[in-house]
Design a protein around this ligand. Structure first.
Ligand SMILES: Cc1cc2nc3c(=O)[nH]c(=O)nc-3n(C[C@H](O)[C@H](O)[C@H](O)COP(=O)(O)OP(=O)(O)OC[C@H]3O[C@@H](n4cnc5c(N)ncnc54)[C@H](O)[C@@H]3O)c2cc1C
Length: 389
Protein backbone atom coordinates (compact mmCIF):
# COMPACT_ATOMS: atom_id res chain seq x y z
CA UNK A 1 0.00 0.00 0.00
CA UNK A 2 1.27 3.48 -0.86
CA UNK A 3 2.08 5.47 2.30
CA UNK A 4 3.12 8.91 0.97
CA UNK A 5 0.55 11.50 -0.12
CA UNK A 6 0.13 15.25 -0.62
CA UNK A 7 -2.75 15.45 1.88
CA UNK A 8 -4.00 13.08 4.61
CA UNK A 9 -7.57 13.54 5.82
CA UNK A 10 -8.49 12.08 9.22
CA UNK A 11 -12.16 11.04 9.11
CA UNK A 12 -14.42 9.62 6.41
CA UNK A 13 -17.63 11.51 7.18
CA UNK A 14 -19.30 13.82 4.70
CA UNK A 15 -16.68 16.54 5.31
CA UNK A 16 -13.65 14.29 4.84
CA UNK A 17 -15.30 12.89 1.71
CA UNK A 18 -16.14 16.33 0.32
CA UNK A 19 -12.64 17.66 0.84
CA UNK A 20 -11.15 14.52 -0.71
CA UNK A 21 -13.41 14.97 -3.74
CA UNK A 22 -12.46 18.62 -4.29
CA UNK A 23 -8.74 17.98 -3.76
CA UNK A 24 -8.70 14.93 -6.05
CA UNK A 25 -10.45 16.98 -8.77
CA UNK A 26 -7.42 19.29 -8.64
CA UNK A 27 -4.96 16.39 -9.08
CA UNK A 28 -3.88 16.22 -5.43
CA UNK A 29 -2.76 12.81 -4.10
CA UNK A 30 -5.05 12.48 -1.10
CA UNK A 31 -5.78 9.66 1.35
CA UNK A 32 -8.71 9.48 3.77
CA UNK A 33 -7.97 7.52 6.95
CA UNK A 34 -11.17 6.40 8.66
CA UNK A 35 -11.38 4.78 12.10
CA UNK A 36 -14.34 2.61 11.04
CA UNK A 37 -16.16 3.06 7.72
CA UNK A 38 -17.52 5.89 5.59
CA UNK A 39 -20.29 7.79 7.45
CA UNK A 40 -19.75 5.85 10.69
CA UNK A 41 -20.03 9.09 12.72
CA UNK A 42 -22.50 11.98 12.70
CA UNK A 43 -23.04 11.65 8.96
CA UNK A 44 -24.58 8.21 9.34
CA UNK A 45 -27.13 9.48 11.88
CA UNK A 46 -27.78 12.90 10.36
CA UNK A 47 -31.31 14.12 9.69
CA UNK A 48 -30.11 15.51 6.37
CA UNK A 49 -32.00 18.82 6.31
CA UNK A 50 -30.99 20.93 3.31
CA UNK A 51 -32.04 24.56 3.82
CA UNK A 52 -30.35 27.92 3.51
CA UNK A 53 -31.88 29.78 6.47
CA UNK A 54 -28.92 30.84 8.62
CA UNK A 55 -28.43 34.03 10.64
CA UNK A 56 -24.73 34.26 9.64
CA UNK A 57 -24.22 35.33 6.03
CA UNK A 58 -21.10 33.18 5.48
CA UNK A 59 -23.07 30.08 6.48
CA UNK A 60 -26.06 31.01 4.30
CA UNK A 61 -23.63 31.42 1.40
CA UNK A 62 -22.06 28.00 2.09
CA UNK A 63 -25.54 26.43 2.20
CA UNK A 64 -26.52 28.16 -1.05
CA UNK A 65 -23.38 27.05 -2.92
CA UNK A 66 -23.90 23.52 -1.53
CA UNK A 67 -27.52 23.56 -2.65
CA UNK A 68 -26.30 23.85 -6.25
CA UNK A 69 -24.56 20.49 -5.75
CA UNK A 70 -27.54 18.76 -4.11
CA UNK A 71 -29.89 19.96 -6.86
CA UNK A 72 -27.56 18.95 -9.68
CA UNK A 73 -25.69 16.02 -8.09
CA UNK A 74 -25.30 13.79 -11.14
CA UNK A 75 -23.58 16.53 -13.13
CA UNK A 76 -21.59 18.16 -10.29
CA UNK A 77 -20.41 15.02 -8.47
CA UNK A 78 -21.65 12.19 -10.63
CA UNK A 79 -20.66 9.34 -8.36
CA UNK A 80 -23.04 6.59 -7.35
CA UNK A 81 -25.06 6.45 -5.19
CA UNK A 82 -27.11 9.60 -5.65
CA UNK A 83 -27.29 12.08 -2.75
CA UNK A 84 -31.05 11.45 -2.46
CA UNK A 85 -32.07 15.10 -2.46
CA UNK A 86 -35.85 15.39 -2.01
CA UNK A 87 -37.54 18.74 -2.43
CA UNK A 88 -40.22 19.30 0.20
CA UNK A 89 -40.15 23.07 0.72
CA UNK A 90 -38.78 24.39 4.01
CA UNK A 91 -40.42 26.55 6.68
CA UNK A 92 -38.53 28.43 9.38
CA UNK A 93 -41.13 29.22 12.04
CA UNK A 94 -40.12 31.75 14.73
CA UNK A 95 -41.68 33.14 17.89
CA UNK A 96 -43.49 36.47 17.55
CA UNK A 97 -40.60 38.33 19.24
CA UNK A 98 -38.22 37.12 16.50
CA UNK A 99 -40.33 38.41 13.58
CA UNK A 100 -38.00 41.37 12.87
CA UNK A 101 -34.92 39.14 13.01
CA UNK A 102 -36.61 36.72 10.60
CA UNK A 103 -37.40 39.60 8.20
CA UNK A 104 -33.78 40.81 8.29
CA UNK A 105 -32.46 37.29 7.64
CA UNK A 106 -34.83 36.68 4.74
CA UNK A 107 -33.71 39.99 3.19
CA UNK A 108 -30.09 38.86 3.57
CA UNK A 109 -30.93 35.53 1.92
CA UNK A 110 -32.75 37.24 -0.95
CA UNK A 111 -29.75 39.55 -1.49
CA UNK A 112 -27.52 36.47 -1.86
CA UNK A 113 -30.00 35.00 -4.38
CA UNK A 114 -31.52 32.30 -2.18
CA UNK A 115 -35.17 31.58 -3.02
CA UNK A 116 -36.79 32.59 0.27
CA UNK A 117 -39.86 34.62 1.15
CA UNK A 118 -41.81 35.75 4.16
CA UNK A 119 -45.13 34.02 4.65
CA UNK A 120 -47.90 34.57 7.18
CA UNK A 121 -49.48 31.99 9.46
CA UNK A 122 -52.44 31.89 7.03
CA UNK A 123 -50.08 31.08 4.16
CA UNK A 124 -48.53 28.29 6.26
CA UNK A 125 -51.98 26.85 6.89
CA UNK A 126 -52.52 26.69 3.12
CA UNK A 127 -49.07 25.14 2.52
CA UNK A 128 -49.46 22.63 5.34
CA UNK A 129 -53.13 22.18 6.27
CA UNK A 130 -52.29 19.74 9.07
CA UNK A 131 -50.27 22.36 11.02
CA UNK A 132 -51.48 24.32 14.04
CA UNK A 133 -50.62 27.96 13.28
CA UNK A 134 -51.95 29.97 16.22
CA UNK A 135 -48.60 30.57 17.98
CA UNK A 136 -46.72 32.62 15.33
CA UNK A 137 -47.36 35.38 12.80
CA UNK A 138 -44.53 35.01 10.29
CA UNK A 139 -42.35 32.29 8.82
CA UNK A 140 -39.70 32.08 6.12
CA UNK A 141 -40.47 29.77 3.23
CA UNK A 142 -37.83 28.23 0.94
CA UNK A 143 -39.74 26.45 -1.83
CA UNK A 144 -36.66 24.69 -3.24
CA UNK A 145 -35.27 23.23 0.01
CA UNK A 146 -35.78 19.77 1.51
CA UNK A 147 -33.54 16.98 2.68
CA UNK A 148 -30.94 14.53 1.34
CA UNK A 149 -29.57 11.15 2.36
CA UNK A 150 -26.35 11.84 4.34
CA UNK A 151 -24.63 8.40 4.20
CA UNK A 152 -25.31 8.18 0.45
CA UNK A 153 -24.04 11.73 0.00
CA UNK A 154 -20.78 10.90 1.78
CA UNK A 155 -20.37 7.61 -0.08
CA UNK A 156 -21.04 9.32 -3.39
CA UNK A 157 -18.45 12.04 -2.71
CA UNK A 158 -15.96 9.38 -1.60
CA UNK A 159 -16.58 7.26 -4.69
CA UNK A 160 -16.19 10.32 -6.93
CA UNK A 161 -12.92 11.17 -5.11
CA UNK A 162 -11.63 7.62 -5.53
CA UNK A 163 -12.50 7.72 -9.23
CA UNK A 164 -10.11 10.70 -9.39
CA UNK A 165 -7.30 8.89 -7.59
CA UNK A 166 -8.05 9.44 -3.89
CA UNK A 167 -7.31 6.54 -1.55
CA UNK A 168 -9.71 5.48 1.21
CA UNK A 169 -8.37 3.38 4.07
CA UNK A 170 -11.08 2.17 6.46
CA UNK A 171 -10.68 0.47 9.86
CA UNK A 172 -7.65 2.71 10.24
CA UNK A 173 -7.73 4.89 13.39
CA UNK A 174 -5.11 7.63 13.52
CA UNK A 175 -3.38 7.34 16.89
CA UNK A 176 -0.70 10.01 16.51
CA UNK A 177 0.43 12.87 14.30
CA UNK A 178 4.13 13.23 13.54
CA UNK A 179 5.51 16.80 13.71
CA UNK A 180 9.07 17.61 12.64
CA UNK A 181 10.64 21.08 12.83
CA UNK A 182 7.30 22.76 13.54
CA UNK A 183 5.44 21.19 10.64
CA UNK A 184 3.39 18.03 10.22
CA UNK A 185 5.09 15.10 8.56
CA UNK A 186 2.40 12.41 8.72
CA UNK A 187 0.33 10.20 10.98
CA UNK A 188 0.65 6.95 12.91
CA UNK A 189 -1.94 4.18 12.74
CA UNK A 190 -2.09 0.47 13.66
CA UNK A 191 -1.76 -0.10 9.90
CA UNK A 192 1.53 1.73 9.68
CA UNK A 193 2.80 5.28 9.20
CA UNK A 194 1.48 7.58 6.48
CA UNK A 195 3.40 10.68 5.33
CA UNK A 196 2.19 14.01 3.93
CA UNK A 197 3.01 17.70 4.43
CA UNK A 198 -0.69 18.46 5.03
CA UNK A 199 -2.93 16.69 7.58
CA UNK A 200 -6.61 17.67 7.91
CA UNK A 201 -8.65 17.01 11.03
CA UNK A 202 -12.14 16.01 9.80
CA UNK A 203 -12.79 13.76 12.79
CA UNK A 204 -16.22 15.11 13.80
CA UNK A 205 -16.99 14.47 17.47
CA UNK A 206 -13.43 13.12 17.91
CA UNK A 207 -11.79 16.31 16.54
CA UNK A 208 -10.73 17.62 19.97
CA UNK A 209 -8.84 14.38 20.57
CA UNK A 210 -7.10 14.69 17.18
CA UNK A 211 -6.14 18.31 17.95
CA UNK A 212 -4.49 17.18 21.17
CA UNK A 213 -2.24 14.92 19.05
CA UNK A 214 -0.46 18.12 17.90
CA UNK A 215 -0.67 19.81 21.30
CA UNK A 216 -3.70 21.97 20.50
CA UNK A 217 -6.21 22.21 23.31
CA UNK A 218 -9.28 23.80 21.68
CA UNK A 219 -12.79 24.10 23.09
CA UNK A 220 -14.09 21.42 20.73
CA UNK A 221 -16.73 19.48 22.60
CA UNK A 222 -19.30 16.82 21.70
CA UNK A 223 -23.03 17.20 21.11
CA UNK A 224 -25.31 14.20 21.61
CA UNK A 225 -28.53 14.34 19.62
CA UNK A 226 -31.54 12.02 19.54
CA UNK A 227 -34.03 11.69 16.70
CA UNK A 228 -37.32 9.84 16.29
CA UNK A 229 -39.10 8.50 13.23
CA UNK A 230 -42.89 8.43 13.60
CA UNK A 231 -45.61 6.95 11.40
CA UNK A 232 -48.00 9.60 10.14
CA UNK A 233 -51.71 8.90 10.10
CA UNK A 234 -52.68 8.09 6.48
CA UNK A 235 -54.62 11.33 5.93
CA UNK A 236 -51.41 13.40 6.28
CA UNK A 237 -49.77 12.49 3.00
CA UNK A 238 -46.77 14.73 3.53
CA UNK A 239 -45.66 18.12 4.90
CA UNK A 240 -42.77 20.55 4.41
CA UNK A 241 -39.45 20.30 6.22
CA UNK A 242 -39.60 22.64 9.24
CA UNK A 243 -37.45 24.29 11.88
CA UNK A 244 -39.95 25.17 14.58
CA UNK A 245 -38.42 27.57 17.12
CA UNK A 246 -41.57 27.96 19.27
CA UNK A 247 -41.49 24.21 19.90
CA UNK A 248 -37.65 23.88 19.98
CA UNK A 249 -37.93 21.22 17.30
CA UNK A 250 -37.28 20.40 13.66
CA UNK A 251 -39.03 17.80 11.55
CA UNK A 252 -39.25 16.55 8.00
CA UNK A 253 -41.06 13.88 6.04
CA UNK A 254 -39.32 10.59 5.31
CA UNK A 255 -40.23 7.92 2.79
CA UNK A 256 -42.70 5.25 3.89
CA UNK A 257 -45.16 7.70 5.45
CA UNK A 258 -42.75 8.64 8.24
CA UNK A 259 -41.87 11.94 9.91
CA UNK A 260 -38.42 12.49 11.45
CA UNK A 261 -38.38 14.65 14.62
CA UNK A 262 -35.40 16.19 16.43
CA UNK A 263 -35.44 18.45 19.49
CA UNK A 264 -33.29 21.55 19.94
CA UNK A 265 -33.32 21.33 23.73
CA UNK A 266 -32.07 18.60 26.03
CA UNK A 267 -29.04 17.65 23.90
CA UNK A 268 -26.13 16.60 26.11
CA UNK A 269 -22.71 18.23 25.73
CA UNK A 270 -19.25 16.94 26.50
CA UNK A 271 -19.82 13.17 26.59
CA UNK A 272 -17.31 10.80 24.97
CA UNK A 273 -18.94 9.80 21.66
CA UNK A 274 -20.34 6.27 21.60
CA UNK A 275 -21.46 4.23 18.61
CA UNK A 276 -24.01 1.94 20.22
CA UNK A 277 -26.26 4.00 22.46
CA UNK A 278 -30.03 4.12 22.78
CA UNK A 279 -32.16 7.23 23.26
CA UNK A 280 -32.92 8.25 26.83
CA UNK A 281 -36.15 6.85 28.32
CA UNK A 282 -38.13 10.13 28.08
CA UNK A 283 -37.02 11.16 24.58
CA UNK A 284 -39.72 9.46 22.50
CA UNK A 285 -42.42 10.83 24.78
CA UNK A 286 -41.00 14.38 24.58
CA UNK A 287 -40.60 14.23 20.81
CA UNK A 288 -44.10 12.79 20.39
CA UNK A 289 -45.67 15.48 22.56
CA UNK A 290 -43.75 18.20 20.66
CA UNK A 291 -44.74 17.06 17.13
CA UNK A 292 -48.39 16.82 18.23
CA UNK A 293 -48.26 20.49 19.22
CA UNK A 294 -47.48 21.46 15.60
CA UNK A 295 -49.38 18.62 13.85
CA UNK A 296 -52.23 17.71 16.22
CA UNK A 297 -53.34 14.75 14.06
CA UNK A 298 -50.02 13.04 14.79
CA UNK A 299 -51.73 11.85 17.95
CA UNK A 300 -53.08 9.10 15.64
CA UNK A 301 -49.54 8.24 14.45
CA UNK A 302 -47.05 5.95 16.17
CA UNK A 303 -43.37 5.53 16.90
CA UNK A 304 -41.30 3.81 14.21
CA UNK A 305 -37.77 4.04 15.68
CA UNK A 306 -35.31 6.34 17.43
CA UNK A 307 -31.55 6.79 17.30
CA UNK A 308 -28.62 8.75 18.74
CA UNK A 309 -25.71 10.52 17.05
CA UNK A 310 -22.74 12.68 18.08
CA UNK A 311 -21.25 15.72 16.34
CA UNK A 312 -18.40 18.02 17.32
CA UNK A 313 -19.57 21.36 18.74
CA UNK A 314 -17.77 24.67 19.34
CA UNK A 315 -18.62 27.35 21.94
CA UNK A 316 -20.34 29.58 19.34
CA UNK A 317 -21.95 26.63 17.48
CA UNK A 318 -20.14 27.55 14.23
CA UNK A 319 -17.50 25.41 12.49
CA UNK A 320 -13.72 25.55 12.93
CA UNK A 321 -12.11 25.79 9.48
CA UNK A 322 -8.55 26.62 8.57
CA UNK A 323 -4.95 26.13 9.63
CA UNK A 324 -3.80 26.17 13.25
CA UNK A 325 -0.88 24.78 15.23
CA UNK A 326 2.05 23.20 13.40
CA UNK A 327 2.43 24.19 9.76
CA UNK A 328 0.38 21.92 7.51
CA UNK A 329 -2.27 21.10 10.17
CA UNK A 330 -5.83 22.08 9.17
CA UNK A 331 -9.19 21.93 10.92
CA UNK A 332 -12.38 20.89 9.09
CA UNK A 333 -14.60 20.23 12.10
CA UNK A 334 -16.83 21.67 14.83
CA UNK A 335 -19.95 21.54 12.65
CA UNK A 336 -22.16 21.80 15.72
CA UNK A 337 -25.13 19.76 14.54
CA UNK A 338 -25.76 21.67 11.32
CA UNK A 339 -22.85 20.69 9.07
CA UNK A 340 -24.33 18.24 6.60
CA UNK A 341 -25.97 20.70 4.25
CA UNK A 342 -22.83 22.85 3.85
CA UNK A 343 -20.41 19.97 3.19
CA UNK A 344 -20.10 20.32 -0.61
CA UNK A 345 -19.14 24.02 -0.36
CA UNK A 346 -16.92 23.66 2.71
CA UNK A 347 -14.85 21.01 0.91
CA UNK A 348 -14.57 23.28 -2.14
CA UNK A 349 -13.57 26.38 -0.16
CA UNK A 350 -11.10 24.51 2.04
CA UNK A 351 -9.48 22.93 -1.05
CA UNK A 352 -9.07 26.46 -2.46
CA UNK A 353 -7.57 27.70 0.81
CA UNK A 354 -5.10 24.77 1.01
CA UNK A 355 -4.08 24.87 -2.66
CA UNK A 356 -4.40 28.55 -3.62
CA UNK A 357 -3.61 30.22 -0.31
CA UNK A 358 -7.13 31.68 0.11
CA UNK A 359 -10.73 30.51 -0.27
CA UNK A 360 -12.29 31.84 -3.49
CA UNK A 361 -15.93 30.73 -3.59
CA UNK A 362 -17.01 31.81 -0.08
CA UNK A 363 -14.80 33.63 2.42
CA UNK A 364 -14.56 30.95 5.11
CA UNK A 365 -11.68 32.67 6.91
CA UNK A 366 -14.32 33.97 9.38
CA UNK A 367 -14.48 30.40 10.69
CA UNK A 368 -10.77 30.36 11.53
CA UNK A 369 -10.23 28.33 14.72
CA UNK A 370 -7.80 31.02 15.92
CA UNK A 371 -10.90 32.84 17.20
CA UNK A 372 -11.07 30.43 20.13
CA UNK A 373 -7.49 31.19 21.16
CA UNK A 374 -8.21 34.93 20.87
CA UNK A 375 -11.38 34.64 22.97
CA UNK A 376 -13.64 35.69 20.06
CA UNK A 377 -16.94 34.09 19.10
CA UNK A 378 -18.93 34.32 15.87
CA UNK A 379 -22.49 35.66 15.86
CA UNK A 380 -25.00 36.04 13.06
CA UNK A 381 -25.59 39.53 11.68
CA UNK A 382 -29.22 39.21 12.87
CA UNK A 383 -28.81 36.53 15.51
CA UNK A 384 -31.38 34.18 16.92
CA UNK A 385 -30.46 32.41 20.11
CA UNK A 386 -28.12 29.40 19.88
CA UNK A 387 -30.04 26.65 18.11
CA UNK A 388 -28.98 23.91 20.58
CA UNK A 389 -29.83 24.38 24.23
C1 LIG B 1 -28.48 13.04 14.86
C2 LIG B 1 -27.90 14.14 14.00
C3 LIG B 1 -28.75 14.86 13.15
C4 LIG B 1 -28.21 15.86 12.34
N1 LIG B 1 -29.03 16.52 11.45
C5 LIG B 1 -28.51 17.42 10.59
C6 LIG B 1 -29.33 18.04 9.61
O1 LIG B 1 -30.53 17.79 9.51
N2 LIG B 1 -28.74 18.92 8.73
C7 LIG B 1 -27.42 19.24 8.82
O2 LIG B 1 -26.95 20.05 8.02
N3 LIG B 1 -26.63 18.67 9.76
C8 LIG B 1 -27.14 17.78 10.63
N4 LIG B 1 -26.35 17.18 11.56
C9 LIG B 1 -24.95 17.55 11.61
C10 LIG B 1 -24.17 16.84 10.52
O3 LIG B 1 -24.64 15.54 10.33
C11 LIG B 1 -22.71 16.85 10.88
O4 LIG B 1 -22.30 18.20 11.11
C12 LIG B 1 -21.85 16.25 9.79
O5 LIG B 1 -22.33 14.98 9.40
C13 LIG B 1 -20.42 16.16 10.28
O6 LIG B 1 -19.67 15.48 9.31
P1 LIG B 1 -18.15 15.18 9.62
O7 LIG B 1 -17.61 14.54 8.41
O8 LIG B 1 -17.52 16.43 10.12
O9 LIG B 1 -18.18 14.21 10.89
P2 LIG B 1 -18.51 12.66 11.01
O10 LIG B 1 -19.58 12.23 10.09
O11 LIG B 1 -18.71 12.39 12.46
O12 LIG B 1 -17.19 11.99 10.51
C14 LIG B 1 -16.02 11.98 11.29
C15 LIG B 1 -15.34 10.64 11.06
O13 LIG B 1 -14.06 10.66 11.67
C16 LIG B 1 -13.78 9.33 12.09
N5 LIG B 1 -12.71 9.42 13.06
C17 LIG B 1 -12.76 9.96 14.29
N6 LIG B 1 -11.56 9.87 14.91
C18 LIG B 1 -10.73 9.27 14.02
C19 LIG B 1 -9.37 8.90 14.07
N7 LIG B 1 -8.60 9.12 15.16
N8 LIG B 1 -8.83 8.29 12.98
C20 LIG B 1 -9.57 8.06 11.88
N9 LIG B 1 -10.89 8.39 11.79
C21 LIG B 1 -11.44 8.99 12.85
C22 LIG B 1 -15.11 8.85 12.64
O14 LIG B 1 -15.18 7.43 12.65
C23 LIG B 1 -16.11 9.48 11.67
O15 LIG B 1 -16.49 8.59 10.63
C24 LIG B 1 -26.84 16.17 12.41
C25 LIG B 1 -26.00 15.46 13.26
C26 LIG B 1 -26.51 14.44 14.06
C27 LIG B 1 -25.60 13.68 14.96
Amino acid sequence: MEHTFDVLIIGGGVHGASLAFHLARRGVRVAVLERKFVAAGATGRSSGLVRMHYDLEAEARLAWVSFGYFRDWARRVGGEPDCGFTRTGFLQIVEREHADTLRANVHMHQRIGIPSLLVTADDVRRLAPSFATDDFDLAAYEPESGYADPPSTAQSLMNAARARGAVLIQECPVTGIRVQGGRVAGVTTPRGEFSAPVVVNAAGAWAGEVCRMVGLDLPLSTWRHETMFAHRPPDILTHPTVIDFPNSMYFRPETGGLTLVGLEDGNLLGLPPADDEYVRPDFVERAGERICRRIPAMVHGGVHSAQVGYDGITPDQHPALGPLGPEGFWLDCGFSGTGFKIAPAVGLCLSEWILDGAPQTVDITVFSPARFLEGRTLRGEHPYENIWR
